[in-house]
Design a protein around this ligand. Structure first.
Ligand code: SF4
Ligand code: SF4
Length: 76
């Protein structure tokens, strides 16, 4: 399952900075709050997380355990 940005609605002030800066137009506004309108467009480059002035957007990361010699990696 792909990782997607998490928007904490209780923190969102509706400033629209993330919507305006998203290079793929993945974000939109609904009822005065940002939301992921087109998750399939998100390339997970984290610009929205950087610009949000109140820290309402979070991009979780998946930790992958393994070594360069291994052909397959094990996800945790
Ligand atoms: S991570 Fe990038 S592409 Fe995805 S919603 Fe945020 S700004 Fe848009
Ligand atoms: S930048 Fe942050 S506060 Fe502004 S609309 Fe986006 S999530 Fe809400």
């Amino acid at each position: 399952m792909p990782l997607l940005p998490i928007i904490h609605l209780e923190r969102c002030t509706g400033c629209e900075c993330c919507v305006l800066c998203c290079p793929t137009q993945a974000l939109g506004m609904r009822d005065g709050k940002a939301f992921l309108a087109h998750p399939e467009r998100c390339d997970y480059e984290a610009r929205c997380e950087e610009v949000c002035p109140v820290g309402a957007i979070e991009l979780p990361y998946r930790i992958v355990m393994g070594t360069p010699e291994e052909d397959s990696y094990q996800e945790n």
